[in-house]
Structures are given as structure tokens and as C-alpha cells.
Ligand binder design. Structure first.
Ligand SMILES: *[C@@H]1O[C@H](CO)[C@@H](O)[C@H](O)[C@H]1NC(C)=O
Ligand SMILES: *[C@@H]1O[C@H](CO)[C@@H](O)[C@H](O)[C@H]1NC(C)=O
Ligand SMILES: *[C@@H]1O[C@H](CO)[C@@H](O)[C@H](O)[C@H]1NC(C)=O
Ligand SMILES: *[C@@H]1O[C@H](CO)[C@@H](O)[C@H](O)[C@H]1NC(C)=O
Ligand SMILES: *[C@@H]1O[C@H](CO)[C@@H](O)[C@H](O)[C@H]1NC(C)=O
Length: 375
């Protein structure tokens, strides 16, 4: 026994003692009252914090899918093509409408190209005076073909190096102004957006439950009168960003449609907010106009069986539909904590030791003056 005690002394009682906190219950209405008042202040504060401030909330970010549908018909009347009607299969390139798509508003058309030999479009690098200036097999600087080594007439006054490629060559002209598909200002985009907050298994879509099919057949988004309608007129989108559609339509641009979901599942408030932003805004210090174009071709077989194509350099607007969102909900952990703290009181009662006021005072002085621990 003595040996064990010395061992204990050596290791500072690390393995030989067990201490547990003890709670004193003081029988005093003054201290009790102060304690209760303090407890209620804390309780009221916590309830206010949870209910109104939304503190201690669990959050999650949005997972989203977007599909869109552009509607509208444009009529053009040009010397080259005559009267032509453009529908959605003509002006959405490539034909895919999801969270990013290209709506063609203007174009330079080079019809009837075939694989053959012809004079390159005249630029500083392609103009020549003799065959000496052209290198056979050289891949042309404009990326249009392979040089044959001959210098030929492009027009009566200009000679350029001949290339093997898709002929005749596209002219490096400015796009038509006003834009060919000026009618596109009245096209509409119907955006369908499904979102999910995976953590809460919460799904929602931007077509609200109270929207009937007859409402969706006629409504057009308007920030003041119709802020929930998911159908947007192109001209209105540009007006919201203080841009003029007809000006942007000539050279093209990039426009963002932003869908903001800020959901409060507590209050069952979950309606998206729409906003718009031009993403390729012109730098006021630069004279360069933003340009957005892409080339594509339509292929067919000539009567002689050779492949031909119509090359289109399309200028247009790329729409990027961006979905943001956050949801918040009071945290389950926090609520559990809250209840445990209150119910725990019931079973901890067993551990309580009762003292009266006089005992408390004497114990207090005892510990103060002798500086010994209460054991
Ligand atoms: C197209 O232009 C031609 C000649 O400029 C004209 O005769 C014709 O009426 C126009 N068509 C339309 C639909 O405006
Ligand atoms: C296309 O080119 C071929 C020869 O290259 C010509 O015979 C035909 O008339 C052209 N077609 C058009 C519509 O210009
Ligand atoms: C073409 O070649 C000739 C002779 O080599 C030269 O004098 C002339 O400057 C060249 N022209 C161009 C446009 O490069
Ligand atoms: C677009 O529609 C409005 C009203 O319906 C009409 O006044 C305007 O001329 C149309 N714009 C074009 C380019 O057709
Ligand atoms: C549908 O409900 C939203 C709010 O939940 C309301 O703002 C909107 O006006 C309603 N739309 C229609 C067409 O009733």
C-alpha cells in the first residue's frame, strides 16, 4: 500500500485519483431570481437569433440545368439572295439551345464555293507582280489554301498569288450595316431552369406552379409588370443593359442572362430574380469595337457531282445563362444542441448537492482564507 502511495506521489496522482465536477444548488431566492432572469435573457436572445436573424443556418449552393428555346422569324431582301425567310434552324448556330447559344444577327455570305484554284483575296502579303513572288506549296497567310506558285489576276488592276482551296475566296468586307437580321429584336427566348439544393433534397423550377400554359403562351418578361415570366424579348434584354440591339447586331457580342435563386426554406420563399449584363463591353479607352463571329458552311453536290458549299461568316450574340443561388435553413445540429441543453437539467439533478446560504458563506470564507480546495 505504502509503495503504491509513493508511486502515486511520483506520478502526480495521474492514475490514482478520479475527480468529477460537482454542482452546488444554493437555496436562495435572490440568487435564484437573478439566475432565472439571466437564463430568460439568454433564451430570448437565442430564439430571436434563430427565428429572425437566421443565424446558425445551414447553407447549400445550387445545382442547375438550363434549356432554352428561341422563337421568331426574320425576313431579308438582299440583291444576292432575294427574299429569304430565316427561322430558328437558320439563325441558331450550332442548332443547340442550352445555357449558352449563338443567335446570328448579321452575316457575310460567300456562295457557290468549290475545291479549285483561284486568285487569293488581295492583301499586302498576297499581292504579287510575278510568279517569283509566290512559293509553290506555301500555306497561305490568310489560311485559305495552298499556293500553286503562280501570280494571277484577281481583278483587272490587281494580281495575287493563286491558291488551291475553296474558291472563290471570301471577301474581307465589313458586315452589312444595318444588320441583315434586324428583325431579331422581336425574337423571344424561353428559358427553362431546374435547380436543386442537393443537401436538402429541394428541387424547384423557374416555371412557377401558378403559371398556366395559356399564361406562358402570351407573357413577356417585364421588370415592373411581369418579373417572373421566363420569356424574354431580345430588345428588352438589351434595353435593360442600356445597349442598343441594332448597334450590337452588326458586329455581335456576348450577353449574360443571370438567374439568381436566394431561397429561404423557412419562409417557403423561392422565386428567381432575372438580370442581364453585357460581358464583352467596349473598353471606353479603346477604339476597337467588340466583335463576335463564327464561320460555318452548308454543303451540297453540284450537278457535275462535285462538292460545293455556301460559306457564312455569321455575326451574332452569344447568350450565356448563368445560374447563381444559395439556400439557408436552420441547422439541425444547432436545434438538437438547444434541446439537449434544456432536457439535460432533469437528469443532472441527481448529482446536485444541497447547501443553504450559511454553509455557502462559510465554505466561501474557508476557501478564501486557507486557500485549500473544497474536497
Ligand atoms: C425585295 O426587293 C425587291 C427589289 O428591291 C422588291 O421588288 C420586293 O418587293 C422586295 N420584297 C419585299 C418583301 O420587300
Ligand atoms: C456555281 O458555280 C458553277 C461553276 O463553278 C456555276 O456553273 C454555277 O452557275 C454557279 N451557281 C451559282 C448559283 O452561282
Ligand atoms: C515580287 O518579286 C520581284 C522580284 O523578285 C520584286 O522586285 C518585287 O518587289 C516583289 N513584289 C512583291 C509585292 O513582293
Ligand atoms: C418589332 O415589333 C414591334 C411591335 O410589334 C414593331 O413595331 C417593330 O417594327 C418590330 N421590329 C422589327 C424589326 O420588325
Ligand atoms: C405567381 O406567384 C408569384 C409569387 O409566388 C406572384 O408574384 C405572381 O404574380 C404569380 N403569377 C401569376 C401569373 O399568378
Amino acid at each position: 500500500e505504502a509503495a503504491v502511495m509513493t508511486l502515486c506521489a511520483k506520478i502526480n496522482g495521474l492514475f490514482c485519483e478520479y475527480s468529477t465536477p460537482r454542482i452546488l444548488v444554493v437555496k436562495s431566492w435572490k440568487i435564484g431570481l437573478i439566475y432565472r432572469i439571466y437564463q430568460y435573457i439568454v433564451l430570448v436572445y437565442i430564439l430571436w437569433y434563430v427565428a429572425w436573424r437566421g443565424g446558425h443556418q445551414d447553407t447549400d449552393t445550387v445545382v442547375s440545368s438550363v434549356t432554352s428555346k428561341v422563337k421568331g422569324i426574320a425576313l431579308t431582301n438582299t440583291s444576292g439572295l432575294g427574299e429569304q425567310v430565316w427561322d430558328v434552324a437558320d439563325y441558331i448556330v450550332p442548332p443547340q439551345e442550352d445555357d449558352s447559344f449563338f443567335l446570328m444577327t448579321n452575316m457575310i455570305i460567300t456562295p457557290n464555293q468549290t475545291q479549285s484554284k483561284c486568285a487569293e483575296y488581295p492583301t499586302r502579303k498576297s499581292i504579287c507582280t510575278s510568279d517569283m513572288n509566290c512559293t509553290k506549296g506555301f500555306k497561305d497567310a490568310q489560311g485559305n489554301g495552298v499556293q500553286t506558285g503562280r501570280c494571277v489576276h484577281y481583278s483587272d488592276s490587281v494580281k495575287t498569288c493563286e491558291v488551291l482551296g475553296w474558291c472563290p475566296m471570301e471577301k474581307k468586307d465589313d458586315p452589312p450595316n444595318p444588320a441583315l437580321l434586324a428583325d431579331a429584336e422581336n425574337f423571344t427566348i424561353f428559358i427553362k431552369n431546374n435547380i436543386q439544393f442537393a443537401k436538402f433534397e429541394f428541387n424547384k423550377r423557374n416555371i412557377l406552379p401558378n403559371m398556366s400554359s395559356s399564361y406562358l403562351a402570351t407573357c413577356v418578361f417585364n421588370r415592373n409588370t411581369n418579373p417572373n415570366c421566363p420569356i424574354f424579348r431580345i430588345k428588352d434584354i438589351f434595353e435593360e443593359t442600356q445597349e442598343d440591339f441594332q448597334t450590337v447586331a452588326v458586329y455581335g457580342g456576348v450577353m449574360a442572362v443571370q438567374i439568381q435563386w436566394d431561397c429561404d426554406l423557412d419562409k417557403d420563399l423561392c422565386v428567381p430574380q432575372y438580370s442581364f449584363r453585357r460581358l464583352d463591353k467596349k473598353d471606353p479607352k479603346s477604339s476597337e469595337t467588340p466583335v463576335h463571329n463564327l464561320r460555318f458552311a452548308k454543303y451540297y453536290k453540284n450537278s457535275d457531282g462535285k462538292d460545293s458549299r455556301t460559306l457564312i461568316k455569321g455575326y451574332g450574340i452569344r447568350f450565356d445563362i448563368l445560374v447563381y443561388g444559395e439556400v439557408s435553413f436552420p441547422s439541425a445540429d444547432y436545434i438538437c444542441d438547444f434541446f439537449v441543453r434544456f432536457t439535460a437539467k432533469a437528469y443532472t439533478k441527481k448529482k446536485f448537492t444541497y447547501l443553504d446560504e450559511h454553509e455557502l458563506v462559510s465554505i466561501y470564507f474557508l476557501t478564501q482564507f486557507t486557500n485549500t480546495e473544497l474536497k
